[in-house]
Design a protein around this ligand. Sequence first.
Ligand SMILES: [Zn+2]
Length: 144
Amino acid sequence: MAKQSTKNIGMDVASPKEACEDINCPFHGSLKVRGRTFTGVVLSSKMHKTCIVEWERSYFLQKYERSEKRKSKVKAHNPPCINAEEGDLVKIAECRPLSKTKNFVIIEKVGREKLFTEKMEARQESKVKDKEKVEEKEEHPKEE
Ligand SMILES: [Zn+2]
């Protein structure tokens, strides 16, 4: 068996151009993928070989007969041959639990999220504003 052969993982994705030595890589290691697949944005790739991936889904409220947007966030394994970065759109697939909170692996880089840095900054700002509001309330509790 050739050492660096790229395996067919059984899903309709383009295999990575680079090779890697990661045992938990679905293309070059012994990891098998099965179950659900999602496409999401990488929020953070700071952890060692791990990314946080988030995507939006619509949740139907029966009482109001309308849908609202909800978000799902999971940790996913980031093999060195794919090496996804923050703001990348990636396809993830379910695999065996790789650690306590990691049950997914990135299988393909689809593209870049548009205006990712702007969106993240806006999110950060709204967090700061919420904090300021809480602090204001704590400082003047009797005025309200
Ligand atoms: Zn690999």
